[in-house]
Design a protein around this ligand. Structure first.
Ligand code: FAD
Ligand code: UDP
Length: 397
């Protein structure tokens, strides 16, 4: 078996899928082993039993500034133009300033990332407008500012805005998502959702944004459809790989070519230094007999509820379906490694990075073993970043 293939890719998500295709086009015979019974990794989508196109592992919106990645993926899909917009849904705690038309059932809404319009929603048209001017004057050369940076501002009025945004957007959502405060987690994480010094209410500002017109899974199917690629689903590579000696063995025989491993680094080495900490999510899908449930693709519950956000897929996918819609609520908790749990988010901090470095050093003992992807590299990567890294690796190999 191992002699028939030049390259082994473990995992059929962005990392494994993009690398496999790019190498196959360079004439390499690639074997892709995937533990799940489907391709696409966490970007996998499918119709639910009501016929609604859903993302099984949480909402995925494609966005990138990397033209090379966009062009590569565009060979396997057309795109539906879509700009993701998110609002926060929070309990009304300041009734005198929230305009009546923005209130429903004691709750009100504002755009996230928090922007100049969010200020008006929160503080009323006049006062919000005045505070917006104040913010713009405080950061004349910037289009956005992170919440942690804003909280450093000494001006009492700017500090009051920072407190408001911290309390109403960040602290409770972050506690739900990470079990820690914004100060305790990697600053790059909250920096993903800055405070916008403009009225731009898009969640992402990248040059290329959209959804694969027929979904992610068909895009992956076309990507992996190449005479030099063989995909085996429902196959745990760890049952067939042997890293106990000096060289890598597959099915008991030496595998001489590159092995691109996109699963968990700790699992690959039998957790020998201890497990790497992750957060997992429980997804609760609900199908409702109505056209739409909410006004936006995603609504973040930043100040109450046990879930972090609700996404309604039809907004993202553009699927036209009357009288039926599916939503998903996301509940975050610590990953325990129990059967059926998925490690979704690496918990990035110096201690965990040190632990990861030990696994990375083990991998480096094998010249042909390449750790690639969100799990294997223990990083918080978006889809485009992984695709970009996979293309780079394929070029190097
Ligand atoms: P994965 O998609 O996890 O693929 C790894 C694959 O390897 C899996 O299919 C796994 O089954 C397989 N595998 C692991 N171990 C083995 C083994 N031993 N044998 C065989 N197979 C194995 N990014 C965006 O750009 N936009 C978004 O809107 C977005 N939303 C997200 C929402 C959520 C809730 C989450 C969790 C992530 C989101 N992401 C988003 C990030 C995106 O999911 C990742 O960047 C991307 O899926 C990473 O691809 P990957 O190939 O590294 O990993
Ligand atoms: N965040 C927040 N409130 C929000 C949105 C995001 O506090 O309304 C913080 C939170 O810590 C979250 C991080 O910003 O984990 C990154 O948010 P993003 O939406 O990028 O997370 P993802 O979609 O990757 O889960």
């Amino acid at each position: 078996m191992s002699e028939r293939f030049d390259v082994l890719a473990v995992g059929a998500g962005y990392a494994g899928g993009v690398a496999a295709r790019a190498l196959a086009e360079r004439g390499k015979k690639v074997l892709v082993l995937e533990r799940r019974d489907h391709i696409g990794g966490n970007a996998y989508d499918c119709l639910d039993k009501h016929g609604v196109l859903i993302h099984q592992y949480g909402p995925h919106i494609f966005h990138t500034n990397d033209k090379k990645v966009f062009d590569f993926l565009s060979r396997f899909t057309r795109w539906r133009r879509y700009q993701h917009r998110v609002i926060a849904n929070i309990p009304r705690d300041n009734p005198e300033v929230v305009p009546a038309h923005k209130r429903t059932d004691g709750r009100f809404f504002f755009p996230v990332p928090f922007n100049l319009d969010s200020l008006k929603n929160a503080f009323g048209e006049r006062e919000g407008g005045r505070l917006g001017e104040k913010l713009l004057a405080a950061y004349p050369a910037q289009s956005q500012v992170t919440i942690l940076e804003l909280r450093q501002n000494k001006d009492p009025e700017v500090a009051a805005i920072a407190d408001y945004v911290y309390d109403h957007v960040f602290v409770q959502y972050t506690m739900k998502q990470w079990g820690q405060t914004p100060e305790e987690i990697d600053p790059a994480t909250t920096a993903r959702v800055p405070v916008r010094l403009s009225q731009d209410d898009r969640y992402f500002q990248d040059a290329y944004q959209g959804m694969p017109a027929e979904g992610y899974t068909p895009m992956f199917r076309r990507m992996l459809d190449h005479p030099n690629i063989t995909v085996e689903l429902g196959t745990d590579a760890l049952a067939r790989l042997d890293l106990s000696g000096e060289s890598i063995k597959l099915d008991g025989q030496k595998f001489g070519g590159p092995v691109i491993y996109t699963g968990q680094a700790d699992e690959l080495f039998g957790f020998r230094f201890g497990p790497l900490p992750y957060r997992t999510l429980d997804f609760r899908f609900e199908t409702l007999e109505r056209d739409f449930f909410q006004s936006h693709g995603t609504v973040n519950y930043t100040a109450d509820q046990d879930f972090t956000r609700i996404t309604e897929f039809k907004h993202l996918t553009g699927q036209e379906l009357t009288g039926t819609t599916t939503i998903v609520k996301e509940y975050s908790r610590a990953y325990t490694g129990a059967e059926g749990e998925t490690p979704y988010y690496a918990i990035i901090n110096p201690e965990n990075n040190d632990l990861y470095a030990k696994y990375k050093a083990e991998a480096e003992k094998f010249g042909e073993l390449h750790l690639l992807g969100r799990l294997a590299e223990y990083k918080y990567y978006n889809m485009d970043a992984i695709a970009g890294k996979a293309l780079e690796l394929a070029e190097r190999l």
